[in-house]
Design a protein around this ligand. Sequence first.
Ligand code: GTP
Ligand code: MG
Length: 199
Amino acid sequence: MIIKSAKFVISNTKLAHCPSDNLPEYAFIGRSNVGKSSLINMLTGHSKLAMTSSKPGKTKLINHFIINDNWYLVDLPGYGYAKSSKSMRSEFGKIITRYIESREQLTNLFILIDSRLKPQQIDLDFIRSVGTLGVPFSILFTKTDKDSKAKISANIEVFKAELAKEWETLPPIFLTSSKTATGKEDVLNYISSINATLQ
Ligand code: GTP
Ligand code: MG
């Protein structure tokens, strides 16, 4: 897929203020600092579209970006940043939950997992809760440039084995790096193939 245009539309915490034009949405979710905003920039080829930071907790709102004037990428706050205050964690939690539970245009949720880590309980719990809600999701492993191929493959195999304990069929899985643009074509083609089924 070719990205002809990528534009910021609106940031807010309220679903009522999200775009109401019913175009399909692809949202990015995962622990704080996992690389959600960076991935949106990498996929669109606009390095400053979504705001990123080396400090966790950067994205605090639901951010809509319209792509090629006919679908959205949505950047969400992260979950589970231990150092943020309890009230901030619960505020982010509420924003995310409301969005995931109620946003009818949500076409696919990309759940981002740090490829350098062994499976984290918070991610496994989050995936389970998304599955329970019946929201279509895929898994994107991030930051694959930061470790050896062997180590990353090993981590991903362990993660898949964890998922296989609960899921008969595994969701689509992508390996990505915002630094090297690994996975860009695969993810964009995947979105494109879903969009084609919606027309
Ligand atoms: P919050 O908005 O705080 O929840 O974080 P986020 O998930 O949006 O992460 P963000 O994109 O802001 O990236 C966090 C940090 O990781 C930044 O310093 C990025 O430069 C870095 N980063 C993100 N993706 C990659 C990647 O693929 N490779 C490398 N080397 N660094 C990355
Ligand atoms: Mg962010």
